[in-house]
Ligand binder design. Structure first.
Ligand SMILES: [Fe+2]
Length: 356
């Protein structure tokens, strides 16, 4: 021995109603270098002690007045999370199998009989503490991994949302270089959905998905898309293909926003009365499509298009109202008018800003 004392900082709680046993255990722990040892001869003090001490190991006597070791094991386990490994060991002179069974069933880590073999106890204490700290290290590692996975998931979600936005802008850029139309349609669709009682997650979903309603315009020739006069019937048939082109571009994804975007791309030109692009009627048309149809038409009415000048807001609102039950779902028209009534003093749709 070179006389150097190794100090061990693990926190150990000793509970035994016999003061002599406590002295013995403290001496043993002291010899081993454990300096953070708390002890009591009164089991009723264990609760208050645990309020201020988070032990790494608890050594308990079994037979004690007021509260025995088994009850204390249960008390201590109740304070810990189920996946926390904190050794609680019973030291007892009761050698009966029943005593051992009760202690282990209550959650004791081990059961040693007195008189204690000091060398064996020292080695076991080291082993229990090593196991505890391996568990703690593993928990820390798992928490770190979980936080990294969460961080990456958030990054992926942001990247996905940004890609969707850019894809929508690419489609829109050809006939609206500001890209504001898709943002207004998205926002109005979200406000209608919220008015209809959709939950926040679904409102967020339709806001992102609605931006892609015309993504299929990528496949429509400029001479049709930008034509300043009325389309011929043949040109109109070609123009109508932007819904199926959009549907094909967005098809096959497992992402909820893209699946909803596909649905909207395919059916935003359906009409409630069945006279739309594909002849779907009433509730056959997905609600998302019925919502975006109104947001899209209203926005087109109140803004300039290559083939027409912008209408005034009141005239456009009258037009939408007039199509209640014809072109548009009556309930969605009502929700839209409600949104517009609340936007009248502060025009929400017009205040949508493009990201910097
Ligand atoms: Fe469209």
């Amino acid at each position: 021995m070179d006389g150097t004392r190794v100090v061990k900082l693990e926190r150990i709680l000793v509970v035994d109603d016999q003061a002599a046993n406590v002295v013995l255990l403290r001496a043993l722990l002291d010899d081993e270098g454990y300096v953070n040892v708390v002890s009591t001869t009164d089991p009723r003090e264990v609760g208050p002690i645990l309020d201020g001490l988070c032990p790494d190991l608890v050594l308990l006597d079994l037979h004690m007045p007021h509260r025995d070791g088994v009850a204390l094991v249960e008390d201590i386990r109740a304070r810990l999370s189920p996946d926390e490994y904190m050794p609680v060991v019973i030291l007892s002179s009761d050698e009966s199998p029943e005593a051992r069974r009760r202690a282990l069933a209550a959650g004791a880590t081990d059961f040693l009989t007195k008189p204690i073999n000091e060398e064996e106890l020292s080695l076991r204490i080291r082993s229990w503490l090593e196991t505890r700290f391996l568990h703690l290290a593993l928990q820390d590692h798992n928490e770190l991994l979980e936080s990294r996975v969460l961080e990456r998931t958030v990054q992926l979600e942001q990247a996905k949302a940004e890609l969707l936005e850019r894809l929508a802008l690419a489609a829109e850029y050809r006939d609206d270089v500001t890209g504001r139309h898709i943002h207004r349609v998205s926002r109005t669709s979200a406000l209608i959905a919220a008015t209809l009682g959709w939950d926040a997650a679904d409102v967020d979903l339709i806001e992102r998905a609605a931006a892609l309603h015309d993504v299929g315009k990528i496949g429509i020739p400029d001479k049709i898309l930008l034509k300043p006069t009325k389309l011929t019937p043949g040109e109109f048939e070609l123009m109508k293909r932007h819904t199926t082109i959009g549907g094909r571009i967005l098809a096959g994804s497992s992402a909820p926003s893209l699946r909803l975007a596909e649905e909207i791309a395919l059916c935003h030109h359906e009409r409630w009365d069945g006279h739309g692009y594909d002849g779907l009627k009433g509730a056959e048309i997905p609600l998302s499509g019925r919502i975006v149809a109104i947001a899209d038409v209203f926005d087109a009415l109140v803004h300039d298009r290559p083939y027409k000048r912008a209408w005034g807001r009141e005239r456009a609102l009258e037009e939408v109202s007039g199509q209640r039950g014809l072109q548009f779902d009556p309930e969605v028209v009502d929700a839209f008018l409600h949104v517009q009534a609340h936007a009248a003093t502060h025009d929400v749709a017009e205040t949508i800003r493009l990201p910097a």
